[in-house]
Ligand binder design. Structure first.
Ligand code: NAP
Length: 605
């Protein structure tokens, strides 16, 4: 473009992360779409009466409420966003940030700080919050005598280290001299009620404290640093879109020990848009067979109308659509022990039997418990006790640039096994596996800002995804191809047997041939007498891998969090020590730094 014709663009007030987000959002859009976004933003600004940037008074740290969230699956993010909206509606100036983007050097200036954070399986913080958590719990954390704070934890009470991260943060902030303005909140898997009540209370208390100094509501716009783009979403978690099934294909051979499906769904007419790295939320239905088993076991009538929480539905509908029937929880064990007067169960609930209790949860579905420890249940009491159904998240396996924006693909391992003498299924995978041409799958998009390809297409990319963990990397490779990204793409894939379980084999071979994939390393674990896993391949290629990372490559891991992701992390530490000559401490620091920079991202659960 002729320099004289270049439009003058005022200096941006966005931070680098927001700029990168904007660049990703707008890359590849048509001029019409770009003008639409410009008009939309102008409308938003006008609605909020936001003065020009220069005139917008940024509330000082003392006058605002900072809300920081650490989220692995999006729940803590959603709660934090709702809290921020509630606080804004109450006239409070709000700054909302994900923990990974929080500038920890500003901590000492905070006057009102809210942390919403989840705890992962073994009491670990979400990946994105590791740096934030370590800073606050570490030696460098400043004294905080002027800070008022409140912590809300999200967790799963069936795990022994329930809400461990929020408990540690709450205690640590107090230890640093900060004062609680709301008691520590703890929300279980069905978090909505608790989190809503907690948020109401926290906002009310913050409003009282900030009331006099709170900036006028229109200044909020200048502080609104939510990581999400303010697009109106037609369909949400609460209002999912009924997606038609375009394809439901088994992608392992007949000889495989398991069933894995490639599923294509239509988003046509939904208004939903996704990016590679995002997940698709699926609201499952329990299988009619399982509902029947429950009714038979408990001698209850599926047609009986049951009222709960202001809704009246037949019991079979409650059990089929509204309640978790495949995940055993602590609260159900407690209720079952009481209802049936089972001393053996009550004993397991005591702290001394923690391990036996964990083993019970891992080896039994609720139906097994009903059969082993019979009890009489009133239908209304059953509906009130069972945990509400929760959606499952699947990493999206397609790029909208390659398959079109109205299609979304998933890779689903079907959970099915025999235990306690009967067949068992996973709720969502069985629901998806059974979805035929006529079926509608209720879905929504769960954005995953932590798991994005580099904005700079010339960067190299290393992807580690055994089993169905390979799903997002199919999307990544498609996207890199569609955007003609010049960086190299290196995939590490592992599964049980080469012959049976080589997911998307043909596609990878074509990608290698076309250059869309630069390298493919394979680890089939059950083809030899000794196990070979992806981390063995990482170590074998450690020198080159370290070289790629030194040159700026981005590394991604997707799949099982309990074992694989930990072992891969260990392998990366070893590689840094061996090929970079780093001490154990420096290697850990190096990986933490990569994570902080968004160059080591994980999508694991
Ligand atoms: P899987 O069968 O459990 O495992 C795949 C391969 O990994 C097998 O060869 C397995 O070997 C091997 N493996 C076992 N332990 C390992 C370890 N410690 N380190 C490295 N490799 C190991 O895989 P899957 O059932 O397909 O599930 C993958 C996981 O990804 C699940 O936990 C799922 O929740 C998670 N996930 C899935 C998605 C998705 O969108 N589908 C997204 C994110 C996460 P052996 O079995 O022979 O030991």
């Amino acid at each position: 473009m002729n320099a004289a014709l270049k439009p003058t663009i005022p200096e941006s007030t966005l931070d680098p992360e927001q700029l990168a987000l904007l660049a990703r959002l707008t890359s590849g859009l048509s001029p019409a779409a770009l003008y639409w976004i410009a008009a939309y933003s102008a409308g938003q600004a006008a609605r909020l009466q936001a003065p020009l940037p220069a005139a917008a008074p940024a509330a000082a740290a003392g006058e605002r409420l900072s809300i920081v969230y650490g989220s692995q699956t999006g729940n803590a993010r959603r709660v934090a966003e709702q809290l921020a909206a509630r606080a804004e509606a109450a006239g409070l100036p709000v700054r909302l940030l994900r923990a990974g983007a929080y500038p920890v050097r500003e901590l000492a200036q905070e006057r009102h700080l809210v942390v919403v954070i989840s705890s992962q399986g073994d009491g670990d913080p979400p990946d994105d919050a590791i740096g934030f958590f370590e800073f606050i719990t570490g030696k460098r954390a400043p004294r905080l005598p002027q800070t008022k704070f409140a912590v809300l934890g999200l967790g799963d009470s069936s795990y022994p280290k329930y809400c461990a991260v929020s408990r540690v943060l709450d205690a640590r902030l107090a230890e640093l001299g900060a004062t609680r303005f709301a008691e520590l909140g703890e929300a279980d898997v069905d978090f909505e009620q608790v989190s809503t009540r907690w948020a109401e209370h926290a906002v009310e208390t913050a409003r009282e404290a900030l009331g006099a100094s709170a900036a006028p509501a229109h200044a909020v716009a200048a502080l609104h640093a939510v990581g999400a783009v303010p697009l109106a979403r037609s369909h949400t978690r609460e209002k999912p879109f009924p997606a038609a099934v375009l394809e439901n294909q088994r992608i392992v051979s007949r000889g495989s020990e398991r069933d894995v499906r490639h599923i294509e769904l239509s988003l046509e007419g939904s208004g939903l848009r996704y990016e590679v790295g995002d997940a698709l939320g699926v609201w499952p239905e329990n299988s009619p067979r399982l509902v029947e088993q429950w009714l038979t076991e408990l001698k209850l009538d599926g047609g009986a109308e049951i009222e709960h929480d202001g809704r009246r539905l037949p019991l079979s509908r409650w059990l089929g659509h509204e309640r978790e029937l495949t995940r055993l929880t602590r609260s159900l064990v407690v209720a079952q022990a009481e209802a049936g007067g089972h001393g053996e169960l009550t004993r397991l609930l005591q702290p001394a039997h923690k391990e036996d209790f964990a083993a019970l949860l891992a080896s039994h579905q609720p139906i097994d418990l009903l059969r082993r420890f019979p009890a009489r249940w009133e239908p209304a009491q059953l509906v009130a006790t069972l945990r509400p159904m929760t959606p499952r998240l699947y990493s999206i396996a397609s790029s909208p640039l390659l398959v079109g924006p109205d299609e979304v693909h998933l890779t689903v391992a079907v959970v099915e096994y025999t235990a306690h003498g009967s067949a068992h299924e996973g709720a969502a995978s069985a629901f998806l596996a059974a979805a035929g041409d006529e079926a509608r799958v209720p879905v929504f998009i769960e954005p995953n800002e932590r798991f994005r390809l580099p904005a700079d297409g010339s960067r190299d990319v290393i992807m580690i995804g055994p089993g169905t963990g390979v799903a997002p990397f199919r999307a990544f490779v498609q996207q890199r191809q569609a955007t003609a990204a010049s960086g190299r793409n290196w995939l590490f894939f592992g599964n049980r047997h080469f012959q049976h379980d080589f997911l998307y084999q043909l596609e990878w071979q074509q990608a290698l041939a076309s250059g869309a994939l630069s390298r493919l390393e394979l680890a089939f674990s059950r083809d030899a007498s000794h196990k070979t896993y992806v981390q063995h391949r990482l170590r074998e290629h450690g020198r080159e891998l370290y070289g790629w990372l030194r040159e700026g490559a981005h590394l991604y891991v997707c799949g099982d969090s309990a074992h694989m992701a930990r072992d891969v992390h260990e392998a990366l530490l070893d590689i840094a020590a061996r090929h970079g000559g780093l001490s154990a401490e420096d290697a850990a620091g190096w990986l933490a730094e990569l994570m902080q920079q968004g160059r080591y991202a994980r999508d694991v659960y």
